[in-house]
Design a protein around this ligand. Structure first.
Ligand code: EAX
Length: 326
């Protein structure tokens, strides 16, 4: 009887110790993005990690997965919905497929400069769009930034829409962007980002468009000779969370995620601004021919039908609200 008593005591002791351990075990948060570990997204991921781990006092640990190792942006968003991915930093490229309200932000030449774009994303309208994510099995944590997109290609210098005629240009998996490039006379080919470098290398496509940040972080000069600073569309980024993880948390815990995402967005914007100042020189040093002074009026005119197609499908209200806020 004595032995049995000791055994029971020992077992319950182990169980208690085990439970105590479990209560303190950190929850690992998987964070994914498509860019390299030198990118502005990675700077944002570092800030997210540092902030969440500090605020939660180690209750959460963040593991960053770079370069699309968790999939392309569309796949990672699906991962959030089913709970295989916890946090994603993504452009709005494929987001409209999930949350059509976000398409308005992808209209070409919608914003004239960074201040305008940031001001809209930081406004009530921006918050409203973040909340919309909740209606589509996603948690919108913060608007971050990718940057103004420019055209690169392997064939020729591009100064007018006519120069882009027939060019096979990879676009994101975004209906608004595809339409804009079709209107410009190019041949848009939607493709996930992780496939892009090889597609450029093998000549499956002639060109692509991305912000200076991405062109720098991906060494696109190795496969693209020409860059035209068209700035044809502002590319927002967003920090998204999985409802599978976040819906199970307390308000305090969710608050830590929001703060971490805000710190991430802030750090990313600073890095975007730095690369806007220093990136072009760096690309030229690496052998790219950069067309800096571009008359954007003919490009604006060429893509105008994309606005009509957008408003006939989604109405004018959202667009007008963005334009009023900007
Ligand atoms: O979000 O797919 C793209 O071109 C994006 O700009 C890139 O994945 C960063």
């Amino acid at each position: 009887a004595f032995k049995r008593h000791v055994l029971v005591a020992a077992i319950s002791g182990i169980a208690t110790a085990g439970m105590a351990l479990q209560a303190h075990a950190a929850t690992e948060v998987n964070l994914g993005h498509t860019l390299s570990s030198t990118s502005h997204y990675s700077v944002g991921a570092d800030a997210f990690k540092e902030t969440l781990e500090r605020l939660s006092d180690g209750e959460f640990t963040v593991t960053e997965h770079t370069s699309g190792s968790l999939g392309g942006e569309r796949e990672m968003i699906e991962g959030l919905q089913i709970g295989t991915v916890d946090v994603v930093i993504t452009s709005t490229g494929p987001l409209g497929n999930f949350v059509p309200e976000s398409y308005v932000l992808d209209l070409p030449f919608l914003f004239e400069n960074y201040d305008q774009a940031r001001c809209v994303l930081d406004s009530e309208l921006g918050d409203e769009l973040l909340e919309k994510m909740g209606e589509h099995d996603l948690v919108g944590l913060a608007w971050s930034e990718n940057g103004f997109r420019h055209l690169t290609n392997s064939q020729r210098e591009i100064a007018t829409p006519a120069d882009a005629e027939g060019l096979r240009v990879r676009t994101m998996e975004n209906a608004v962007h595809q339409e804009a490039f079709r209107q410009m006379g190019a041949r848009p080919t939607p493709m996930a980002f992780p496939e892009l470098f090889t597609a450029l290398q093998q000549g499956t496509v002639d060109g692509q468009e991305n912000p200076i940040t991405v062109i720098v972080a991906t060494n696109f000069w190795e496969v693209q000779d020409y860059l035209s600073l068209t700035g044809h569309v502002y590319s927002p980024a967003i920090v998204l969370g999985s409802p599978i993880l976040l819906d199970g948390l307390s308000d305090e815990e969710r608050g830590w995620f929001m703060e971490a995402a805000a710190a991430s967005a802030q750090a990313t914007r600073e890095e975007v601004s730095r690369l806007e100042r220093e990136g072009v020189a760096l690309l030229e040093e690496n052998g790219m021919t950069v067309k800096i002074d571009i008359d954007i009026a003919p490009f604006q005119e060429a893509v105008q039908p994309a606005y009509e197609i957008f408003t006939s499908e989604y109405g004018t209200e959202m667009l007008e609200r963005v334009q009023e806020t900007a």
